[in-house]
Design a protein around this ligand. Sequence first.
Ligand code: ATP
Length: 268
Amino acid sequence: MPALPGLGLTSIMIETKSLTKKYGDLVAVDDLDLRVEAGELFVFLGPNGAGKTTTIKILTGLLQPTSGIASVAGIDVVKSPIEVKKIMGYLPEDLFLYDKLTGREFLQFVADMHGVQNKQDKIEKFMELFELSAAANELIEGYSLGMKKKIAIGAALIHDPKVLFLDEPTGGLDPRSARMMKDLLQNMRSRGTTVFMTTHILEVAEKMCDRVGIINNGKLIKVGTIDELRSGTRETAAGSLEDIFLELTGGTQEDWVSQFLDDVANHS
Ligand code: ATP
């Protein structure tokens, strides 16, 4: 198997071939070819509406593609969605939680679904790590957004998945929990878990990723390590991922912002 740019020869954990998803006339994911190696931390970037969540939903078996192939650990996600769900964890952008369960009950429920051994011990340790112990017996409906997110993270991790799909994992978390999340992901990666995540926080992507894929209007426009991306743009070695991202996805809108504010001021 050929090596991916910037990486050695290993096995492919996530793969899409000519993956396409249409919503009516709108092509949300357009002929996407992507490969992520086992143990890699891959960050999928793109502007709002670029097709990131749609891609993740197909890879996690929640959405049928219009055409093309998507596989995780060599398993076709369309043909065998249950098999794929056994080995993956998923943190969705819109959290799916049961509001009438307590945080602890929800994690127990998810752990039971996956047949997790020593679930009580694992749940208590997770609650402690994310400072949820005091709220463990309260109904999820009373949780703040950040607390709900932490419970959803626990649900994605409880069965020690081989592959983790995370849609905006740090969004809505306070600084301490966001740091905890980043440490957790780095640690999982170093233990061999494959991580596929989206984020709009480019600093997070830059610090953590092995490789980045940039999608715009459903099309993969660039993929590689940060250095590889930099060498394909006008950016110098000092150029940040934000600079690279903005160049590849249409530049900044500083002039437009200034014009807009002038217009607003002229009409007041
Ligand atoms: P964001 O960064 O804002 O979360 P995204 O990159 O995850 O965006 P998607 O949610 O995958 O983008 O959406 C891609 C495109 O598909 C958008 O134009 C969106 O409006 C459209 N879309 C997504 N879901 C549906 C749906 N169920 N029906 C119709 N159009 C949809």
